[in-house]
Design a protein around this ligand. Sequence first.
Ligand code: CTP
Length: 401
Amino acid sequence: MNKEKHILLCVTGGIAVFKAAALTSKLIQQGYKVKVVMTDSAREFVTPLTFQALSRDHVYMDTFIEPNPEKIAHIDIADWADLVVIAPATANIIGKLANGIADDMVTTTLLATTAPVMIAPAMNVHMYDHPAVKRNMETLRTFGYHYIEPNEGYLACGYEGKGRMAEPEDILAMIDHHFIRKENKRWHGKNVLVTAGPTQEEIDPVRFFSNRSSGKMGYAIAEMAAARGAHVTLVSGPSSLSAPHGVNLVSVRSAEEMYKTVHSHFDQMDVIIKAAAVADYRPKSFHTNKMKKTEGDLSVEMERTDDILKTLGEKKKNQVLVGFAAESENIEENAKKKIKSKNLDMIAANSINNEGSGFQGDTNELTLFFADGKEIEISLTTKKLAASQLLDAIVPLLEGK
Ligand code: CTP
């Protein structure tokens, strides 16, 4: 999906240049075309050859080296870029750019480009806090430049604090989101609630009933919806996954907790996608002390949990309500029954018997059934791409609201 998207990576001199090399590699692996421009100081840290090998392209360093007489290099690459990323961005480059200084290849290119620019600052915590740096950053913000916030933590200079350049995978996520957002305007500003993962139903302080859901499908939907510019709340049962970029994660444990959390957010939501594998039953009583074993068998009496989706369907107003159905037989019949009984706009059904589909894996295969009888097949693909197709299928439902 990133084919032919042109990223111009401006690398300035700081220890985080090594992260820019990792970023270049990730961008190329994701199918972006990358050209790298380096300052003299950046070359003190990592050689241009590293970037040339990783980007599979010429690295630009000197405004006065013009290998192609038909073109002026800094104008040519400035026009070539769909997006410019300055990573790492030193206090020096931020100061020069804020004041319109153009005295090398990076700064002349930056003044010449009309593409959006993302800046990933990297510097010592006191430099980052300096009023001149703050003022310059604010000036650039008013010019329309975007920042990729540095992290807090250990800095190469030995200090602890804010100033560590964002990790390459986070910068990559912001770049992905930039392009996805541009192409999916219908999602901008929409409030989307996604549920994911299993629930855990405790029987005593150390034991619980749960299921094999990893949360991967729900997390992928949340990530892709945030990438499209939606405000995403992800209500997740216990999962080893970390919160996707730009998503508000609310962690819950039991079906009851998920019920309360989802209902407390429901009124503000435009779209609710219930990908969680919610327990249908929980132990009828909770033992406050650890249960001791006894001779013979043990029976645990279970009671029904509330069906969260059904109760949402009952109070639905303008929201688009989407359910999931993991089935081992009669997929179509069961899915269609659930659309009616839970008052859904759409249900995403998968067969847990199919290879590569369903719980825990990284891939999925889904059939989307709509309340109006329409069906869409999503053939076996990664959960992220399946999530993108699922969100595309929801767009016409938003039009009707
Ligand atoms: N669901 C829910 N609350 C529950 C159980 C399920 O909100 N207590 C939601 C799931 O998040 C999913 C959908 O209902 O979106 C379908 O869940 P599934 O377990 O497949 O269906 P059930 O309605 O529980 O029916 P059955 O167990 O008979 O298949």
